[in-house]
Design a protein around this ligand. Structure first.
Ligand code: BGC
Length: 745
């Protein structure tokens, strides 16, 4: 055994011992082992760790894959720190073996993959999942998805996307948690906990909150577009979910494609170093987005990839995804004195630290068990977990005359629409290895639920092409039925990356189909399938019921059938505002008041001349088959000091006939303040379940952090002043009270 082998051997032994203790927080200290590994590395080896390469698409975790010799050569030469899109126990084992036996320093590779809402067991899209407002469920969902990924050789997912999105034209709104910063932060933390588990022990993987930062603020909702926002908006609206993710232990972060006020994130030292490392003490590493370092050339601030590499590494960006700007240029930049070895060392250390924390040095193959891969993926437990999330994500938007749940006496149901029996669309964007054969559609779900009823199906029209329609069969089916279930909305790929829309109305001939069916005079229950909020005023006006089912994943049809039949009582609440028309966008509940708030009788007030300024459905909205009454709002203390916590209690009674869940929401307004504040801000919520007639007193909390904001000097403070609280079932809640924050008490 030579010296190099001896050092590596002792590192492996030490880190195996430490793995046993890996459950406890904080993380074990690996700095000595990192020193030892670093002592073996040449500058080339170090730069290799900063390079992430991607294998192409078109394979499955259980299918045989061959990987090009060029990739294997790169690994052998130590020029790859991480591999993107290589999935499957067999493939990752093969590549890992090359890294740990044939590369110069034998450092294990890190395998990354986008597990956005499941690897093979497709859960609902994240936007749908956010409508559950259920942190335990969201954590469990992430942990189930992590387990599947783990058993497929995936070490690292590029999730969760924690970008706040106020503009539903932006297709990536589907990948996040909606428009609210407080809720988004809670969900970010829950997803990190679910993915990473207890310090990455067991079947957990590394999370990568993205896209840092403010990617959701792209102008016009167009993907990759310019962002120009104030430091206040950045810090108050867009950064908190990232901070929550970092506090929850996220080990990596991905920077965004966009610029903010002139500086693309990949080269933004203010974001990557000043805020993330110096203010937040982030100890993991940052990966670029796909070719985002190289794209700073097109942004117009780097002459070429070499300058881009220099700017990115000096700004604090550790790993280069797919530009190959680091591997091709950093050595020269060091020679030329443009990048210091210590800067490179620091980035390498961060990457090695994460590899140690994941246990790769003690067992580089711990994710590559082919036997487990064969049994642990896509099984019944995962499916059951997905169904629970899908059910809870359904949002009941309308239920005229309590037409839902469907009457047991109904015998003939027409199930109509382009989305009624489409499997692929239900997987939504980023479907990855989602198995279309395993998807249950709304039609199939209803057929399973009601074997004794006559269920007829008609396609009606295509999703997007207005010419592709067959209304006559749909009308016939409607005429011969007692009730129509109409599944309409968007194509599953109308949201996600590079899928911005200028019109968020329902596309194609679907609204015309709805109007044609109305003439049949049968009640119409619309099941919406969508990756973003939609502007559907005509549907809202004339449908008898609307159930928003989003893209519900492989169990969508079962969840829909359970909800329509009443076996599951819908309880989802919107996490994005539904506008009346695209022209209202951006429209979000926590806007500022303006100097001239909209007044119907004042022409010169902040409104439109052709449409109301109000939304179709507000943030936090969602009906139940039951009803809830809110009463007895009490504020613990009418005067508190800025260091104190206040509590708000409210009595909630289930006044309906069904056992049902409700999300009790608390909003505040601070007025006057040293800077203008949003009209309302969500600050706490609780999801409760009540039997018919049951009441519960819910206690909600307002601590100094929740009450603080950036004041006129950009200091984060809990200013003295008046606080108005609103408690209720959505962001229009009218039960309110007040208290005062004083500095002396
Ligand atoms: C997306 C990221 C994703 C990455 C790797 C990029 O185009 O913006 O969200 O993680 O590709 O697939």
């Amino acid at each position: 055994m030579n010296f190099r082998m001896l050092v590596l051997f002792s590192i492996l032994i030490c880190s195996s011992l430490m793995m046993g203790q890996n459950k406890a927080k904080p993380w074990p200290n690996y700095e000595h082992q990192i020193d030892s590994v670093m002592s073996l590395m040449s500058l080339d080896d170090k730069i290799g760790q900063l390079n992430q390469v991607a294998h192409g698409w078109g394979w499955g975790p259980t299918q045989p894959v061959s990987i090009g010799q060029d990739f294997k050569k790169l690994i052998k030469e130590g020029k790859v720190g991480s591999f993107l899109n290589a999935v499957g126990a067999k493939l990752t084992k093969e590549l890992q073996k090359i890294a740990v036996t044939e590369s110069p320093v034998k450092i294990p590779l890190l395998f990354g993959f986008d597990v956005i809402h499941g690897l093979q067991t497709t859960f609902p899209i994240p936007l749908a999942e956010s409508c559950t407002w259920d942190m335990d469920l969201i954590e469990k969902s992430a942990s189930t998805q992590a387990k599947e990924a783990y058993n497929c050789g995936v070490h690292w997912t590029f999730a969760p996307m924690v970008d706040i999105a106020r503009d539903p034209r932006w297709g990536r709104i589907a990948e996040g948690s909606g428009e609210d910063t407080y809720l988004g932060s809670q969900i970010a933390a829950a997803r990190i906990k679910g993915l990473q588990g207890d310090n990455l022990s067991g079947e957990h993987i590394i999370a990568c909150p993205k896209h840092f930062a403010a990617y959701g603020a792209a102008e016009g909702g167009r993907d990759y577009n310019t962002v120009d926002i104030s430091e206040r908006t950045l810090r108050e609206v867009y950064l908190p979910p990232f901070k929550a993710a970092v506090d929850a232990g996220a080990q990596t972060l991905m920077c965004s494609f966009n610029e903010i006020s002139g500086t693309p994130s990949s080269v933004n030292k203010h974001l990557l170093t000043d805020i993330l490392r110096n203010e937040w003490n982030f100890s993991g590493f940052i990966v670029s987005d796909w070719n985002s370092i190289g794209e700073t050339v097109a942004h117009g601030i780097s002459a070429d990839n070499k300058e881009a590499a220099k700017k990115a590494i000096n700004a604090g960006l550790d790993m280069d995804m797919e530009t190959r700007a680091y591997i091709n240029n950093l050595k020269d930049l060091v020679k030329e004195g443009e990048v210091s070895v210590s800067t490179i060392d620091e980035s390498v250390r961060r990457i090695l630290r994460v590899k140690f924390r994941l246990g790769l040095f003690s067992d580089p193959f711990r994710f590559c068990d082919e036997k487990k891969e064969a049994t642990e993926i896509g099984n019944a437990a995962e499916r059951a977990a997905a169904l629970e999330v899908t059910e809870n994500s359904l949002v009941l938007l309308k239920n005229k005359n309590n037409i839902l749940p469907l009457a047991k006496s109904l015998q003939k149901i027409a199930v109509i629409g382009p989305l009624a029996n489409s499997k692929r669309n239900l997987l939504g964007c980023w479907e990855q290895f989602g198995d279309t054969n395993k998807v249950v559609t709304a039609l199939e779900g209803l057929q399973k639920k009601y074997p004794g009823k006559e269920i007829t199906y008609a396609f009606g029209c295509s999703i997007n092409n207005p010419e592709e329609r067959d209304f006559s069969a749909a009308i016939k089916a409607a005429n011969e039925s007692e009730l129509v279930v109409l599944a309409i909305g968007e194509d599953g790929h109308f949201s996600g990356e590079a899928s911005a829309r200028t019109s968020i109305e329902i596309p194609g001939a679907q609204t015309a189909l709805f109007e044609a069916l109305r003439k049949c005079g049968k009640p119409i229950v619309v099941v919406l399938m969508n990756g973003r909020p939609l502007a559907i005023p005509a549907i809202e006006k004339n449908a008898d019921a609307i159930l928003d089912a989003w893209f519900g994943g492989i169990t969508a049809g079962d969840a829909i059938a359970n909800a329509l039949s009443g076996d599951f009582v819908p309880c989802g609440k919107l996490t994005t505002t539904f506008p009346l028309a695209t022209g209202q966008v951006p429209i979000y509940y926590n806007h500022k008041n303006t100097g001239r708030p909209a007044q119907p009788d004042n022409f010169f007030s902040s409104k439109y001349i052709d449409l109301s300024e109000k939304p179709l459905f507000p943030f936090g909205y969602g009906l139940s088959y039951s009803t809830f009454e809110y009463s007895d709002l009490k504020i613990d203390d009418k005067n508190i000091s800025s260091a104190e916590t206040n509590h708000v209690t409210v009595k909630v009674t289930n006044t309906g006939k069904y056992k049902a869940s409700e999300v009790v929401q608390l909003y505040i307004n601070r007025n006057p303040a040293s800077v203008t504040r949003p009209v309302r801000e969500l600050k706490d919520f609780q999801k409760i379940t009540l039997n018919p007639g049951e009441s519960k007193t819910v206690t909600l909390e307002l601590n100094p952090e929740k009450l603080s904001f950036y004041n006129d000097k950009m200091e984060f403070r809990n200013e003295p002043g008046k606080v108005t609280v609103f408690v209720g079932t959505n962001s229009l809640a009218d039960l309110s009270g007040q208290f005062t924050i004083t500095n002396s008490k």
